[in-house]
Design a protein around this ligand. Structure first.
Ligand code: DAV
Length: 377
């Protein structure tokens, strides 16, 4: 058998980002596309003029897909060698037009960052609404796995958040326009005015950081307050906190910004810090927030939408072991100083497909139970 669960009948369980990882989903780059411009995503217009994809949406260059898949396969092998069960996404033909009664989109995106779509909270996996039209159908890449977990694990709660309509009312027109100045952007982000509106609940799962009973959710381009309220009502046993990082002019997903490493320790992006009033809960409960090391690179790989801070997008295997991108030497040194064994994983070729080592995975099973790490609220 290719994959075997370590705990009989319990396939899905994960309460935080640090307990010993036993089963994980790793994405795939097959058939991934650069999506056409849409209200919440204008990547085509950001493609550098010297790129073969200049001005184009559609399938990413085959060579880049092969390079990314080689690193993803290697990462999967590294995890398996550590005794971790690895399940993989099932790609579909992303290069086709989709639509609903409310909109149509020229292509889909792909199934590289499973973290964006799947939110594992304890015995539940929740399919996020997503907030880009080109990512509306991405859950399909995980349905074969979720269906299998459902058959194997009688206690697995398979959930999907309300499918969003994503009409024009869900987006601020012109928000991403190249004509908007940085000063204006800074003001907007400071005022928590993002590209998505409060028309309906919208979230990407990667905006959620799981710390036992407490879930910290970044209010961002991809997650609105209505979704944070929805998560609060959906997970009544948890405390759901909205967090912001005003230094980030393009806030999308929390995991290159604010990453818990073990109980009591957070790695924080020095360029995107939590406002003082939001730090209170960590201080009150004696958590330490350390600033991440500088990235080893000052540029991003070709056709990459993420920032150089993917340097801190690491996968914690347990409270003593962490996977870090192989060329991110400063981040590795910092992890070693913090008492971690570092597993270097070459991953720069995957960055363009939507993120780093944390993005590229989604938890299925970690040991441990739901603990209260923030008794003082
Ligand atoms: O800052 O590059 C990347 C997160 C991708 N899921 C960043 C955000």
């Amino acid at each position: 058998m290719e994959e075997q669960s370590v705990h009989e009948n319990v396939v899905v369980s994960s309460w935080n980002e640090w307990d010993p990882l036993k089963h994980v989903i790793v994405g795939r780059a097959d058939l991934c596309c650069i999506p056409a411009s849409e209200p919440a995503c204008d990547f085509v217009n950001e493609i550098p003029p010297d790129s073969e994809m200049r001005g184009m949406y559609g399938p990413r260059p085959l060579k880049s897909v092969e390079a990314a898949n080689a690193q993803l396969d290697d990462f999967a092998r590294i995890l398996k060698d550590r005794g971790i069960t690895v399940s993989r996404a099932t790609p579909i033909h992303w290069n086709r037009a989709t639509g609903t009664p409310d909109w149509s989109a020229e292509t889909m995106t792909g199934c590289m960052p499973p973290r964006d779509v799947l939110l594992t909270v304890g015995r539940e996996i929740l399919e996020a609404t997503m907030s880009n039209r080109s990512r509306w159908f991405e859950y399909l890449a995980y349905r074969p796995l979720l269906n299998r977990f459902f058959e194997e694990d009688p206690g697995f709660k398979w959930e999907a958040a309300p499918k969003p309509r994503l009409t024009d009312a869900s987006f601020r027109r012109g928000y991403l326009s190249a004509e908007v100045t940085d000063e204006q952007r800074r003001q907007w982000v400071n005022d928590k005015v993002f590209v998505t509106t409060e028309e309906e609940p919208l979230f990407d799962a990667a905006d959620v950081s799981r710390m036992g009973k407490d879930l910290f959710v970044q209010h961002s381009f991809t997650t609105n307050l209505k979704a944070i309220d929805w998560l609060r009502r959906h997970l009544p046993e948890h405390r759901v906190h909205a967090v912001n990082f005003p230094g980030d002019l393009h806030p999308i997903h929390i995991d290159a910004t604010f990453a818990p490493l073990r109980p009591g320790l957070i790695l924080s992006n020095p360029a995107r810090q939590l406002p003082d009033e939001q730090k209170a809960i960590f201080e009150k409960n004696d958590w330490e927030i350390v600033l991440a090391a500088q990235p080893a690179h000052d540029t991003r790989p070709p056709l990459c939408e993420g920032s150089v801070w993917l340097s801190m997008n690491s996968l914690v295997l347990d409270t003593k072991t962490v996977c870090v991108e192989a060329s991110e030497v400063y981040q590795q040194e910092q992890f070693e100083r913090l008492g971690f064994e570092v597993i270097p994983v070459p991953f720069r070729d995957v960055y363009s497909f939507g993120g780093g080592l944390h993005c590229a995975t989604a938890d299925v099973y970690r040991e441990g139970t739901c603990e209260d790490y923030f008794p003082r609220q």
